[in-house]
Design a protein around this ligand. Structure first.
Ligand code: NAG
Ligand code: NAG
Length: 297
């Protein structure tokens, strides 16, 4: 009887060891319009007469074997700038917040594991283009579900959108309701009602109703929606897009918001797991001896 008890203890410990060793991808959805897709480092090339990316990748945006991105054909590959090149494919892409966000997390929490980014942002899209039933909505849900089938944990959605909803009064007034519906629909369809959402309050707009949209963003009172404010971050000469240094700063702000949102215990839980794994052998060795002893008497 007693030995059965010890065996169960052993089995439980073994299961904890397996849990601790399984690498799991920490999945983040990246969605919204151009400032999420990334336009940092774009300039008008007078020779080709085209908007071109300068190719500058600061240290905070460099690739890392622990940062993956889901391609348009649903494969995990090592992520590198520009992250949205095959998603926002009609536009010239540059630096966005996804890489500096991921690198900031890995710097602050070295045992965080693998970050898996699911780019879904498309430039110039207003909130109605993101409504349930449309292409962008379907693509977001489908890509996230595909990302999860390979095994992983959905950690949140980064959302930076609304510049296109500052053009008419009607759109800016309707923004709050449309955004809340979008967040609620995404959570329902991903079967994750408390999906953490990290949204950016606008730094710029395409029209005169910027403050109305910002108010809607800052006053959003759905649970588990966190807001970081991009107001005042440096803009490109077009007065619409964040510069590369601004995107680096925004990525770090989003990472801080994500890490602060975690329950106090959750990062510690990870290091406890590591301790469990390293304590496992001596403890089980001892328990094993005891079990053998009890079984033989
Ligand atoms: C790209 O442009 C084509 C043609 O106008 C359009 O049908 C398509 O929806 C666009 N896709 C994206 C992601 O912008
Ligand atoms: C590129 O040129 C266009 C047209 O002159 C202008 O509207 C836009 O702001 C410029 N973009 C950048 C990044 O300088």
């Amino acid at each position: 009887m007693l030995s059965f008890l010890w065996l169960s203890v052993l089995l439980i410990q073994a299961r904890q060891l397996v849990t601790a060793q399984q690498p799991s991808i920490n999945i983040f959805i990246l969605a919204g319009q151009s400032n999420m897709a990334g336009r940092g480092g774009l300039f008008n090339d007078t020779k080709s007469d085209r908007l071109t990316w300068d190719g500058t990748v600061p240290p905070q945006c460099q690739p890392n074997p622990s940062i993956l991105r889901l391609t348009v054909s649903l494969a995990w590959v090592t992520a590198h700038e520009p992250l949205h090149v095959d998603i926002d494919y009609n536009k010239t892409n540059g630096i966005g917040p996804g890489m500096p966000f991921s690198n900031a997390i890995l710097t602050q929490v070295p045992n965080f594991g693998v970050v898996g980014l699911v780019p879904c942002a498309v430039g110039g899209t207003n909130i109605q283009k993101w409504a349930k039933g449309g292409f962008l909505y379907q693509q977001l849900v489908r890509r996230t579900q595909a990302a999860l089938t390979a095994g992983g944990v959905l950690r949140g959605m980064l959302w930076y959108q609304g510049e296109a909803d500052t053009i008419t009064k009607e759109d800016s007034d309707a923004y709050k309701g449309r955004l809340e519906k979008f967040f609620t629909d995404v959570r329902t369809d991903l079967q994750y009602p408390s999906l953490p959402i990290f949204q950016v309050a606008l730094a710029s707009g395409q029209g005169p109703y910027l403050e109305t949209v910002r108010e809607a963003q800052l006053e959003m009172n759905l649970p588990h929606v966190h807001c970081v404010d991009a107001k005042g971050l440096p803009l490109e000469p077009d007065r619409l897009h964040l510069t590369t240094p601004a995107q680096v700063k925004l990525g770090r702000m989003l990472a801080d918001s994500f890490l602060e949102s975690l329950p106090d215990s959750s990062i510690h839980v990870r290091s406890n797991y590591a301790e469990t794994a390293s304590n496992f052998i001596p403890t089980s060795f001892f328990l094993g001896l005891l079990t053998t002893f009890l079984l033989t008497v």
